[in-house]
Design a binder for this molecule. Sequence first.
Ligand code: NAD
Length: 243
Amino acid sequence: MQQTNPPGSRVVVITGAASGIGYAAAELFRDLGDTVHGLDINPTVPDGVTYVECNVGDRAAVDAAISRCAADGRIDVLANVAGIVQFGRIETVTEEEWDRVHAVDLKGPFFLMQAALPHLRACRGTIVNVSSVAGNAPQPYATAYAAAKGGLTQLTKSLALELSPEGIRVNAICPGTVDTPIVEQVFHKITDDLDTRVADRLMMMLPGGAIKPAEIGETIVWLASPAARMITGAVIAHDGGMS
Ligand SMILES: NC(=O)c1ccc[n+]([C@@H]2O[C@H](COP(=O)([O-])OP(=O)(O)OC[C@H]3O[C@@H](n4cnc5c(N)ncnc54)[C@H](O)[C@@H]3O)[C@@H](O)[C@H]2O)c1
């Protein structure tokens, strides 16, 4: 495996850069001197990061956004961070919700990786996918989300193998509870009618509060760095022990 491109001169594409983990990771890459493109449906990306409007669940929008980011022919780092959650008993999941979650959490990363591949090949780039503890271990009341994130975890490992002869590394991070707006959407749905024997699993983590977005951002940056040049197909549980 060849040396991964050093910080400071890389073209970095991050989805979900307008909030939470993606925002924090975009700041970290920017501070290293990289050229950072933030793909999102919201424009609130950090200063110094180029906003590229993109609904990752829309393949045409993904293709257009990648073409724009790769204007000089290269993408050194693709970080698939954008995501949405689903929470509730299986009976509550509608077809519309299933499709929406899978469009953003699984189809989006797939077509981003496909569109970015020629540009990753041009500079032996690397991919980091943000999956979830739910894509790594059973999680109650999140079946549609877990199916999508489990798909992303397995997609990561399969693509890592497929691209290993070319030296393109593909890795995943499976965060536990991170202090971002997405968590509120889950926690306000944890109600007394859920079975505490399994719902309590959602709270199982090392003492010290929720993981900080920048802590996951640092793991993204590290996986994309030359220090991780011999790591591919890895699924890193950054989850405080939840899994
Ligand atoms: N926060 C957690 O506890 C936690 C735990 C495990 C995994 N994750 C994963 O981390 C990733 C980031 O989540 P976060 O916690 O930072 O949440 P967040 O809500 O703060 O950020 C998600 C970002 O994705 C963007 N986004 C949503 N739909 C999009 C779409 N269709 N196209 C483009 N962008 C879209 C949002 O606008 C937002 O900027 C997600 O994939 C999530 O599943 C989060």
